[in-house]
Design a protein around this ligand. Structure first.
Ligand SMILES: N[C@@H](CCC(=O)N[C@@H](CS)C(=O)NCC(=O)O)C(=O)O
Length: 206
C-alpha cells in the first residue's frame, strides 16, 4: 500500500494527500516533521536525505519532492484526468505547479511564518506587509489567467490545480486584508467543493 510520511500542516504534504484523495487511493499517512520528529532518524534519512516532508513509498519505490510525487501519482493512476494526455495541457499543468513552487509559495511564505509560526510580540509588520503585497501581485496574474480558463490547465481539473489549490487555501486562511480576485475566488470555491480537497480545506493553519 502507498505510504506517505508527513504532518498534514505542511503545505507540501497537503498536495500529496489531496492528490491521493482525488485519485481515490488507499494509503497510510505517518505523521513526521516538526513536533512529530522522525525526520532525523537514519531510517527516515535513508528515504529522504533532506530530512524534509513529504516522502512516499509505493511498492518499494521511494520518492521525495512534493510536486514530483503529485506528478508520479497522477501519471500512475490519473491518466486522462489529473494527468492530461494532451501534451500541451500537461505542460500547462506542469507550468502552474512550478509557478506555485518557485513564485507563489515563496511570495506568501513570509506572511505565513510571521502570522502563524512567530509569537505575536516577535512579528515584523514590514515583512508581513511586503509578503501581502507580493502575494496580491501574484494573485492578480493568476486571476487574469483564470478569467479565460475554468481550471489552471484548461476546462477540467488536473494535477496543476493541486499545489496551487493548497497554497491559495493557505492564503485565504491567513488573517490579512485582501483585494478582490473574482476569478481566483470562483476557482477556489470550485476546488473547495471537491471531495479530494476535504482534508486540506477543513484544516486550520498551524
Ligand atoms: N521542495 C520540497 C520542500 C519540502 C519542505 O520544505 N518541507 C517542509 C514542510 S512544508 C519540512 O519538511 N519542514 C521541516 C519539518 O516539517 O520538520 C518539497 O516540495 O517536497
Amino acid at each position: 500500500m502507498l505510504r506517505i510520511w508527513g504532518r498534514l500542516t505542511s503545505v507540501n504534504v497537503q498536495k500529496v494527500v489531496w492528490c491521493a484523495d482525488e485519485l481515490g487511493l488507499r494509503y497510510e499517512r505517518i505523521d513526521a516533521g516538526r513536533d512529530f520528529g522522525l525526520v532525523d532518524t537514519p531510517e527516515y534519512r535513508a528515504r529522504n536525505p533532506n530530512g524534509l516532508v513529504p516522502v512516499i513509498e509505493d511498492d518499494g519505490f521511494v520518492l521525495w519532492e512534493s510536486n514530483a510525487i503529485v506528478r508520479y501519482l497522477a501519471a500512475r493512476h490519473g491518466e486522462g484526468t489529473l494527468w492530461p494526455t494532451d501534451i500541451s495541457m500537461r505542460a500547462d499543468a506542469d507550468r502552474w505547479m512550478d509557478w506555485q513552487a518557485t513564485s507563489f509559495n515563496p511570495a506568501i511564505g513570509p506572511a505565513f511564518w510571521q502570522l502563524i509560526r512567530t509569537a505575536p510580540g516577535k512579528r515584523d509588520v514590514a515583512v508581513i506587509e511586503a509578503a501581502r503585497d507580493s502575494g496580491e501581485q501574484q494573485l492578480a496574474l493568476l486571476d487574469a489567467h483564470l478569467a479565460t480558463h475554468d481550471f489552471v490547465a484548461g476546462p477540467s481539473f488536473t494535477m496543476g490545480d493541486i499545489p496551487l489549490g493548497c497554497s491559495v487555501d493557505r492564503w485565504y486562511k491567513l488573517p490579512l486584508a485582501r483585494e478582490a480576485h473574482p476569478h481566483v475566488e470562483r476557482w477556489y470555491a470550485a476546488l473547495r467543493g471537491r471531495k479530494g480537497a476535504r482534508q486540506v480545506v477543513e484544516l486550520g493553519l498551524a
